[in-house]
Design a protein around this ligand. Structure first.
Ligand code: ADP
Ligand code: MG
Length: 297
């Protein structure tokens, strides 16, 4: 159809050429169907010819994957506009799907965790011997936001704890339009320490403590200090408890094992501080043991 436009733009073309072009244009199956559908008369067809021609060349570009002034995700279509044909562009299903995927992605904030965790869903997690956990997480998803209590998933290294949390985060974004921050706790702690000045510390802490859903991944694997317990975790958890904000954890340690770790203080035994923080964690999250084999190899 390219010659159609070339000739239309060529002012020296004769009356005869023009007429044959018009004939060619109105024989185009989509143009013909449009004329039929809207019962255009000769005068209306005449006024529509240049737009029909534009439609045909835009359609060719679109079919070759080279959208002209518009991006590739828009398909040219013919519409009626005040008595004659006009070209309009509609979002393709691919574009709509891509935009939706982007919206979902933007609701899941991964801090120091790989992007490969995006896109997975509880539906396609291989259940293995983790049926119980998957059921609990699925129930949480379906009930959201009714249950304010999250989960504390613990179990051996490599069994898919992070994977399961990420699947839930993606599904919350997809089905409930909820924003989740999933952070790798040991790295978060390092960043907090390295960039330490009062301002950064407050900014980073504030950023994290008020997010709609917070998932603290791999707690217990960080370099533990009483500062971390009392000035970081305590502040985050206290806020989330008061505001009833859903909070999840993953760990290699059970609650009891974590409690022992949390009791290591400057002055030796700090059982009271450890008990206090563990009370918050138990309030926020239900402990679930995740069984299974290491899947990393
Ligand atoms: P953990 O956090 O318990 O140490 P991960 O979530 O990092 O374990 O999972 C370990 C590895 O197994 C990762 O590479 C992850 O992508 C993969 N994995 C975990 N669960 C599944 C699953 N259900 N299907 C496919 N791969 C999985
Ligand atoms: Mg993990």
């Amino acid at each position: 159809m390219k010659p159609v436009n070339d000739a239309m733009n060529n002012r020296t073309s004769s009356r005869f050429d023009y007429q044959s072009l018009v004939n060619e244009i109105v024989r185009d199956p989509e143009v013909a169907a449009f004329i039929e559908e809207h019962q255009l008369n000769a005068e209306e067809i005449k006024r529509s010819i240049s737009n029909f021609s534009q439609f045909i060349s835009e359609r060719e570009l679109y079919q070759r994957g080279q959208g002209s002034y518009l991006s590739k995700g828009y398909q040219p279509i013919l519409i009626m506009n005040q008595g004659y044909a006009d070209v309009s562009y509609k979002e393709t299903t691919e574009l709509i799907a891509a935009e939706r995927a982007k919206e979902i992605r933007n609701r899941v904030h991964l801090l120091n965790l790989p992007n490969s965790l995006r896109g997975i869903s509880l539906q396609d997690v291989d259940p293995d011997d983790r049926w119980g956990t998957i059921q609990e997480l699925t129930r949480y998803l379906l009930n959201y936001p009714q249950d304010s209590k999250g989960f504390y998933l613990y179990g051996d290294f490599g069994i898919g704890k992070t994977y399961l949390l990420a699947a839930l985060a993606n599904d919350l974004a997809r089905h409930k339009e909820v924003e989740t921050t999933l952070l790798h706790f040991p790295t978060f702690v390092l960043d907090l320490k390295n960039g330490f000045d009062e301002k950064t510390y407050h900014r980073q802490l504030n950023q994290v403590k008020g997010v709609p859903v917070l998932m603290i991944d791999d707690i217990g694997a960080e370099v533990f200090t009483p500062w971390l317990r009392d000035e970081v975790l305590q502040i985050i958890l206290q806020h989330r408890m008061q505001e009833r904000l859903p909070t999840f954890f993953s760990s290699n340690l059970s609650f009891d094992e974590l409690q022992v770790r949390m009791a290591q203080g400057r002055a030796g035994d700090e059982t009271w501080q450890a008990t206090r923080i563990m009370e918050r964690m138990r309030f926020l999250a239900k402990e679930i043991h995740v069984p299974g084999q290491n899947r990393r190899n």
